[in-house]
Ligand binder design. Structure first.
Ligand code: WTA
Length: 575
């Protein structure tokens, strides 16, 4: 197992919010974290109040809450500005669309300040917000609005044609954010009403267990499911933003995720703002220049991104990075897919930082297993459970297994940010829990003797070849180290003799042609670098591999190609 041979990375010297992992893990109680919130005293709960309004009456009133930059619009908003603008949005939604507590409202637009005003504004009403990634096409929009019986959607002129208004009986109002909007009885000009709206709004106080954010996420079986989070998730998002993101008063924080994905809400909105920390949002398309430029321009100190993004930056080469001053960075984190050792090396050598891997899911609503600045990192490991979280490995019957045994990564039920419903599908919700006690993640992993967790793959993706269990991620990681390989996806292909054989789908570096010699060379590379049994017996070269928007190779699509099966729901697939 190649990745485990890399040396441990020493702790980062200095003061960190989480000083002693073992101590805190042994003693933490979530009720302790509740004391940070005003509702602990007043009993009046609303996550939007805690994230924005609370700061608008303190020393943070004129502190920057949001730096927004998409190359055209470059704007700055204080906590006080955010309070007033989200109040305006709340008034528009309530008065013009009769949006009420518990109603579902979707926000379907690229990252702009209006997205953040209306998301916070809708929460102030007590409505449930479904953020939708801008790349969704009509079918995906329809599925989500229909399933949740949404009443309102906020979108842009460019995306309006993908909202099938006439097919959605529950949808009453479509707000369009743009210039010269042609209004109808259902289509309204958001900016017009926003400009007229009052800056004052009486927040709707809710129950801690009331719904807040509804993220739709794809399962391995097909139809996307609505994962409902509640206001109480703030407790964990606040606390982990301190321990894991290590956020402090003067930090300039940048999370690169879109709010259409859970990272973009939990840690692109709530984590920083619940702590009153300045948040950077970079709109527009990815480019190394824009990204490095944002770090330099805003003096980003804490940066949360994903392996795919890091790999794209790696691909852009070391010369570009040399043109920017990135010296303000002090803490770098990753989420969403395995952090390959190649990327860890790039972080150390080129970026000059340890990259801290974090593992969690839409369903968990917040960090679960992470690396912390005050802890040694074992490259390739996701780290250790967040204090207050009990994570373990169980077999299919729900029994905990000893170290180094591969099994189901499971969490003891009942953490603050845990999803509370699969929208309209209580049976699906219950199916996540084993013996009523364990939340079973669907990921397979093992724990080592020091309590570090090692990701192996999605349970459904683990390959059993000639009696050996092979995690596809490990093979893919090795393949990526080959100089000619750009992307790799590995699946088990049914085989009469071996049960399954390993098949790799590979896209090659530009200018490199597929050949039998290259194929043999790549196979050998895995054989010698990893092990004989994990070398792919079959290799197929493709120009592009199917990936989700968050960069995960969609092995289920590769499998469907291979077996000539329907590929299921593709709404989260990159164009
Ligand atoms: C995968 C993203 C390896 C995993 C916050 C999980 C990871 C799924 C990691 C959830 C990681 C997430 N290492 N795999 N650090 N983080 N995953 O719901 O398979 O978009 O089950 O949430 O991403 O993806 P989701």
């Amino acid at each position: 197992m190649g990745m485990k041979t890399m040396e441990k990375l020493a702790v980062i010297p200095g003061e960190h919010n989480l000083k002693n992992y073992e101590d805190t893990a042994a003693n933490h109680d979530w009720q302790h974290s509740e004391q940070a919130f005003s509702w602990f005293e007043t009993g009046k709960v609303n996550i939007a109040y805690e994230a924005i309004d609370r700061h608008a009456t303190t020393h943070r009133k004129n502190k920057v809450a949001l730096y927004y930059n998409d190359g055209n619009r470059k704007e700055t908003y204080s906590f006080y500005d955010m309070k007033r603008h989200s109040n305006k949005a709340a008034n528009v939604l309530k008065e013009k669309a009769e949006l009420n507590k518990g109603d579902r409202v979707f926000i379907f637009m690229p990252r702009t300040p209006e997205l953040y005003f209306s998301l916070i504004g809708a929460l102030k009403i007590g409505a449930i917000v479904g953020p939708l990634f801008e790349a969704f096409m009509e079918g995906a929009v329809y599925d989500r609005l229909m399933d949740s019986e949404a009443k309102v959607i906020i979108t842009t002129p460019a995306l309006l044609s993908r909202v099938p208004l006439e097919k959605l009986p529950h949808l009453k109002t479509v707000f369009v954010v743009g210039e010269n909007i042609e209004e109808t009885d259902k289509i309204l000009d958001f900016n017009k009403y926003f400009a007229e709206a009052s800056q004052d709004f009486d927040i709707e106080w809710v129950d801690k267990e009331d719904g807040s954010i509804l993220h739709y996420t794809s399962g391995s079986t097909g139809a996307p499911k609505g994962v409902l989070q509640v206001h109480y998730a703030m407790v964990q998002q606040y606390q982990t933003a301190q321990w894991v993101l290590d956020l402090k008063e003067d930090d300039i924080y940048w999370c690169t995720a879109d709010p259409g994905w859970v990272t973009g809400t939990a840690y692109g909105i709530f984590g920083p703002w619940l702590n009153g920390v300045t948040n950077v949002v970079v709109g527009g398309r990815f480019s190394p220049q824009a990204w490095y430029g944002a770090i330099e321009e805003y003096g980003v100190t804490v940066w949360y991104s994903a392996p795919t993004a890091f790999r794209m930056l790696m691909g852009a080469g070391p010369n570009i990075i040399g043109k920017y001053n990135l010296s303000t960075l002090r803490h770098v984190l990753s989420v969403g897919e395995p952090l390959n050792p190649e990327v860890v090396k790039w972080g150390l050598e080129i970026l000059n930082h340890r990259i801290h891997d974090t593992w969690w899911m839409t369903e968990t609503g917040g960090h679960m297993i992470c690396n912390y600045p005050s802890m040694e990192i074992k490259p390739g490991s996701m780290g250790k459970p967040v204090p207050g979280i009990y994570a373990t490995i169980v077999d299919d019957q729900g029994n905990e297994v000893p170290p180094y045994t591969m099994g189901n990564l499971a969490i003891k039920k009942g953490w603050p940010a845990m999803m509370r419903q699969i929208w309209g599908n209580p049976d699906r919700y219950e199916s996540y829990f084993l013996k009523g006690e364990w939340y079973v993640s669907g990921d397979s992993a093992f724990m080592d003797e020091e309590g570090y967790f090692w990701f192996q793959g999605r349970v459904d993706d683990v390959i059993m070849t000639a009696g050996e269990r092979v995690g596809p991620f490990e093979v893919e990681s090795k393949l990526l180290e080959h100089p000619d390989v750009v992307e790799a996806g590995v699946i088990g292909k049914p085989d009469p003799v071996r049960g399954e054989i390993i098949k790799a789908f590979i896209s090659l570096r530009e200018g490199v042609e597929p050949s039998e010699v290259l194929e043999a060379n790549i196979r050998d590379f895995v054989k010698t670098g990893l092990s004989a049994h994990s070398a792919p017996r079959e290799i197929e070269f493709r120009d592009k591999l199917p990936k989700t928007r968050s960069g995960k190779i969609m092995r289920r699509v590769l499998k469907a190609w291979e077996l000539d099966l329907p590929a299921g729901d593709l709404s989260t697939m990159e164009e």
